[in-house]
Design a protein around this ligand. Sequence first.
Ligand SMILES: Nc1ncnc2c1ncn2[C@@H]1O[C@H](COP(=O)(O)OP(=O)(O)OP(=O)(O)O)[C@@H](O)[C@H]1O
Ligand SMILES: [Mg+2]
Length: 267
Amino acid sequence: MIEIRDVHKKLGSLEVLQGIDLTIQSGESIVIIGRSGSGKSVLLKHIIGLMLPDSGEILVDGVEITHLSHDERRQVRRRFGMLFQGAALFDSMTVEENVGLGLREHTRMSPEEVLAKVRACLDMVGLSGVEKMRPSSLSGGMKKRAALARAIAVEPEYVLYDEPTTGLDPITADAINELIRGLQQQLRVTSIVVTHDMASAFKVGDRIAMLHDGKVIFQGTPEETRRADDPEVKRFILGEATEAPFPPRHMEIAARRRTGVWRWLGR
Ligand SMILES: Nc1ncnc2c1ncn2[C@@H]1O[C@H](COP(=O)(O)OP(=O)(O)OP(=O)(O)O)[C@@H](O)[C@H]1O
Ligand SMILES: [Mg+2]
């Protein structure tokens, strides 16, 4: 179980997290939604101890992780697998080497054992035959799958997914959703999924939590989320803008500037 208690974090002059309270039960699949820049990736980095809060507590199975030493935090981090936003594979290594990275670093497995495990993980994510390729020659969906294989290779108890379906076609995205659900059920992992993609959120989440203005403003089952009264949650689900990003007059001026009409008019 992960307990996040009153976590605050300021980055630069921005108070990104302003008192986050969230409990994640073991074995569940929780989806964190929120607008771009609302602090979802920052929150994930706090959960795996890559960022430290200014104040507040984060407990992983009862152990408070923010006051641990660097080495102790690394130990805790080994229980987590993370699919970073944008995959974060190393282009200097082959797919096989990328997926086996954690195994080579953190286990005493022989090269043959690592290879067998890597193949099994690639197979699990439906990605075989690309072991020797570089990530730069894979498609976006294949990169996400390879990154997912790397995240699960170390047999984590918790898997964190940052935007696993963003930028993928609906069919590939759905295959990733099925994978997340499948891994949760087969490997009994706890999944924490950050996404903007509501189809994905409803499909993979046992529970959905929404971040807004640095706080968790809503949490509930997918059904409760669909019926939520909170205007911010409703707007997010329906994908409605609160207001135009620029007043129309500004847009007109910006457009004229771009086309050079403004200069031509001598203004
Ligand atoms: N290392 C950092 N240093 C300074 N500011 C940061 C850092 N990381 C994130 N931020 C800021 O924190 C805010 C939240 O960023 P974050 O990446 O968590 O957003 P997000 O909710 O994941 O957005 P998106 O949906 O676009 O991925 C942003 O304003 C961002 O500029
Ligand atoms: Mg993000």
